[in-house]
Design a protein around this ligand. Structure first.
Ligand code: AMP
Length: 127
């Protein structure tokens, strides 16, 4: 399968510094920033710096270094927010939308880390 990456997507523009973001963490291969329309008190997006459309694209074509960096960045964000379960934090949810049925709006891989309130059931009925 060929993945067509649109380099005019809004996260590509954030990575190029063309539009601002509220950065939480930056690593060699990843960037984490606050969602502009938060669904909970803490809502952070973690993205790889590389041009990957969605999670399966990343899993297929990213280097081991990028995958390790991205995974550790997600964990570090949870740590920085103080939401790791079992510690003082109350937990969080990770979510990555892909494609049409996933209702992916921005075609650059991102994981949502949502926390700060009870989050309810994982999937709401479609409306
Ligand atoms: P998704 O449906 O998973 O593609 O969600 C894309 C997310 O990106 C949404 O939660 C938006 O609120 C968020 N978003 C869109 N533009 C920006 C931006 N400029 N800065 C931060 N978050 C954004």
């Amino acid at each position: 399968m060929a993945y067509n990456y649109d380099d005019q997507n809004i996260f590509a523009k954030i990575l190029r510094g063309e539009i601002p973001n509220n950065t939480v963490l930056e690593t060699e291969h990843s960037l984490a920033f606050r969602d502009i329309a938060p669904q909970a008190p803490d809502h952070v997006l973690v993205i790889p710096k590389g041009a990957y459309v969605c999670f399966d694209h990343f899993a297929l074509e990213a280097s081991d270094a990028e995958i390790v960096d991205f995974t550790r960045a997600v964990g570090e964000v949870a740590k920085q927010l103080g939401v790791q379960p079992g510690e003082s934090g109350a937990g969080y949810r990770l979510l990555s939308n892909a494609g049409d049925d996933g209702v992916q709006e921005v075609p650059h891989l991102h994981v949502h880390l949502v926390a700060g309130r009870p989050l309810g059931r994982m999937i709401q009925p479609a409306r």
